[in-house]
Design a protein around this ligand. Structure first.
Ligand code: NAD
Length: 475
């Protein structure tokens, strides 16, 4: 099994570097170069736009069964090719092989869900006098420019493609330059399952060049972005000039509320596993832990001991619980968060250091007594670190949880049903986990509120975001 030669895909053709600029793709566990990624130039992007325009005209006419067959076929191929695809995803992103395999299954599951759901894009017939007809129909929005980040190298591209393709849109997908082979594998599965040329282009490039070029074009009718709130705001402004539809999946800073009456053992285990996942580089990763006074000390002790036991190493190695961070920016950022918290009077209970001098490994870290003025209590850390703070009352913790401009995921741990109801109503977020951190599923909308973005991916709501409404009236 080898890492593939990296290419762009435009109008049914795989294009290798040739005279194009290139970008080195690095294995974050070793620092070794995996491959040279061709970067699209302006001519490539113009060609991709023309192809997406043409591809949309073809694909919008395809029946729901044809679209569904391609998505279901791609899901089958992804499952058949799981070993190779997951290994390459671990090589380029760092997370463990068990995680990349699970991620691949999530992507296949989403394609299967949309293969079936494509047949249920119903419209309405309005009540009118005899002889009159008024219909409400839903049509694909048009060519989509989609930007996916590196943290889920298989599933993020899958999310950017599943709903648009199910509804009859064409797509120009720009995944992150850090993890291109995984995105190539997803696109290849769709092509092998019969996706016509021009319906899906895959480009890599200098992100700002690509997004400015694509979003300036009237051919693109929708922007779909997953990434940081800062970049999301920049892209929203670019999309405004041509009034494009938008789906924005942006950063979060998930509050975790641990009540005195939680099941301590289960809570510790659930949160430790969620935090170790992808070294904390997950938009719904639990990050701000508010722990009620009665259980605070016992929780912090048990949680710190649990994450300190995790085996950190190359994600390809057997028995590893957490891989490296995906790129050198992340350990630098985490060190900055920790130093700032300590300056504000917080304590490092466990971890706090890089591991080794090769790759981007960092210890699972717990910071206690973090004041609300510390940067880590205000900005998403995106790494294997949590900050804890004690609380007394329900009202006080709700105020803390909702204090930030973000609202993606929020979690609460309690064995009291009434507390669970009240806290799920009170949290200003798009997704609530009660005694669980597992929330993503093909049939369930995934998305945030406030500055965490708008619009949902997954579920029927993901299809709604790719459709426009037309009313037709006839006498
Ligand atoms: P970043 O803000 O530079 O980039 C985030 C993503 O946006 C990357 O995939 C990048 O390729 C892309 N991007 C950046 N500038 C772009 C542009 N002008 N046009 C199009 N795409 C562009 O940050 P980073 O260092 O790569 O990641 C760290 C931060 O990003 C984290 O703090 C986290 O908040 C956020 N992030 C969020 C998610 C998520 O799932 N919501 C995923 C990855 C990263």
């Amino acid at each position: 099994m080898t890492y593939p030669t990296l290419k762009l895909h435009i109008d049914g053709e795989w294009l290798s570097a040739g005279k194009r600029r290139t970008h080195k793709v690095i294995n974050p566990a070793t620092g070794d170069t995996l491959g040279e990624l061709p970067l699209a130039d302006a001519a490539d992007l113009d060609q991709a736009l023309a192809a997406a325009d043409k591809g949309f005209r073809v694909w919008r006419k395809a029946s729901a069964e044809e679209r569904g067959a391609v998505l279901a076929g791609a899901a089958r191929l992804l499952r058949e090719r799981a070993d190779t695809i997951a290994r390459n995803a671990t090589l380029e992103e760092g997370k463990t092989l068990a995680e990349t395999k699970m991620e691949l299954m999530g992507c296949a599951g989403l394609f299967e869900f949309y293969a079936a759901e494509a047949k249920r894009l119903y419209g309405r017939v309005l009540v009118r006098p005899a002889g009159m007809r008024s219909l409400v129909v839903r049509e694909p929005v048009g060519p989509v420019a989609a930007f996916a980040p590196w943290n889920f190298p298989i599933h993020n591209p899958g999310r950017k493609l599943g709903a648009p393709l199910a509804t009859g849109c064409s797509v120009i997908l720009k995944p992150a330059e850090e993890a291109p082979a995984s995105a190539m594998a997803v696109v290849q599965a769709l092509l092998d399952a019969g996706l016509p040329p021009g319906v899906c282009q895959l480009v890599f490039g200098v992100p700002d060049e690509v997004s400015r070029h694509l979003l300036a074009s009237p051919i693109i009718r929708k922007l779909s972005f997953t990434g940081s709130t800062v970049v999301g705001k920049h892209l929203l402004k670019l999309a405004a000039d041509t009034m494009k539809r938008t789906t924005m999946e942006l950063g979060g800073h998930a509050p975790v509320i641990v009540f005195d009456d939680c099941n301590l053992e289960k809570t510790v285990e659930t949160l430790a596993l969620a935090k170790l996942r992808n070294a904390g580089q997950v938009c719904v990763s639990p990050t701000r832990f508010y722990v009620q006074e009665g259980v605070h000390d016992r929780f912090v002790k048990a949680y710190s001991e649990r994450v300190a036991r995790a085996k950190v190493g190359d994600g390809l190695q057997e028995g590893v619980n957490m891989g490296p961070m995906a790129n050198p920016r992340r350990p630098d950022a985490i060190e900055g968060f920790i130093a700032d918290a300590v300056k504000h009077g917080a304590k490092v209970r466990t971890g706090g250091e890089r591991i080794g001098n090769k790759g981007y490994f960092f210890q699972p870290t717990v910071i206690t007594d973090a004041p609300s003025t510390a940067r880590i209590m205000n900005e998403e850390p995106f790494g294997p670190v949590v900050a804890t703070a004690p609380f007394k009352t329900f009202d006080e913790v709700v105020e803390q949880a909702n204090r930030l401009p973000f609202g993606l995921a929020g979690y609460a741990f309690t064995e009291n049903g009434r507390t669970a109801n009240l806290i799920s109503d009170a949290l200003e977020v798009g997704m609530v986990g009660l005694n669980t951190t597992a929330m993503a599923a093909p049939d369930s909308p995934f998305g945030g509120v406030k500055e965490s973005g708008h619009g949902s991916e997954d579920g029927p709501e993901g299809l709604d975001a790719c459709l426009v409404t037309k009313s037709i009236h006839q006498v």
